[in-house]
Design a protein around this ligand. Structure first.
Ligand code: ADP
Length: 284
């Protein structure tokens, strides 16, 4: 299974939202990172066939996805950032409704399977209005799984989840990695670090990075320093003049991680860069 973007360009007005993207997706988890306006949503919308490139092509196993039409859409599942809910529907009713829309055969069995995967079968008769953010997100994933898609597309899937819900979301998504192409866009770097086999960093419509997550971390060229500072003036100087990532205050001092080619202060020690810092190093 292969989904391929070849030199894709998409503009709104004069400004390209996406400018010459070439990406090959095969089964596995891809985390798309990028600041607001980088072109993440535009890319996702094109992969879902909601929008069409102005130039370039998107193919699924060699066939143009727009020419494939419904045959391609049957193979994708989309988890939007904010899904519309019918608060008075139960989880079971909601899935039945989606199954009807998608023309799913053998729906009872399929719905049971999807709700079991996301661990909501036991609460299938409860109304959605009483569900927590994480439970709603799992309903959202269950509806996307109903056609057993080979490609699962998730837009900012962990926004609003508490740490436990975030963990169970990550475990659930990881369990699909063998057999599905999973593409998720996020601005939460730690989500990508934990589950994505490959990281794509988009900025201003182009790809800055397309690399296996472990390689990206192990071969990081960005230099990260840890400084321990006591004086507030020194702390402010570093914050104002360098790119910093984490600051940890304790016992009246601050440990500051600084991204810099040169040593930022007297007691600075070089440390291993994390994905957050590598990401910051690529974004201006
Ligand atoms: P991201 O999802 O990374 O925040 P988007 O793909 O939403 O980025 O946006 C990329 C660029 O395209 C931005 O400059 C945005 O303003 C512009 N854009 C996106 N969608 C539209 C649209 N429907 N109409 C006009 N401009 C758009």
């Amino acid at each position: 299974m292969k989904l391929e973007l070849n030199n894709v360009v998409k503009s709104y007005g004069k400004k390209p939202a996406v400018n010459g993207l070439s990406i090959v997706f095969e089964p596995g988890i891809y985390g798309i990172l990028g600041p607001n306006g980088a072109g993440k949503s535009t890319t996702m919308r094109m992969v879902c066939t909601v929008e069409k490139p102005d130039k370039g092509s998107i193919t699924y196993n060699g066939s143009d996805i727009y020419a494939m039409g419904g045959e391609y859409r049957d193979k994708i599942g989309y988890v939007p950032q904010k899904a519309g809910y019918y608060p008075d529907y139960t989880a079971g009713m909601f899935l039945k409704y989606i199954a009807g829309l998608k023309g799913i055969e053998n729906e009872e069995k399929v719905i049971k399977g999807c709700l079991e995967v996301v661990n909501l079968w036991d609460v299938r008769d409860k109304k959605l209005r009483g569900f927590s953010g994480g439970m709603k997100q799992r309903v959202n994933i269950a509806q996307a799984l109903i056609n057993n898609p080979g490609i699962l597309i998730l837009d900012e899937p962990t926004v609003g989840l508490d740490p436990d819900e975030r963990m169970s979301f990550k475990n659930l998504i990881s369990s699909f990695a063998e057999e599905k192409i999973i593409i998720f866009a996020t601005h939460i770097v730690s989500d990508v670090e934990d589950i994505a086999g490959r990281v794509l960093i988009l900025d201003k419509g182009t790809i800055k990075v397309n690399e296996e997550t472990v390689n990206l971390i192990n071969n990081a060229e960005v230099k990260v320093w840890e400084c321990n500072l006591k004086d507030i003036k020194e702390i402010n100087f570093i914050k104002d003049n360098y790119k910093t990532s984490k600051i940890h205050y304790h016992n009246g001092t601050a440990d500051i991680r600084v991204i810099s080619d040169v040593k930022p202060c007297e007691n600075a020690v070089l440390v291993q860069a994390g994905l957050e810092e590598i990401y910051k190093g690529f974004i201006n």
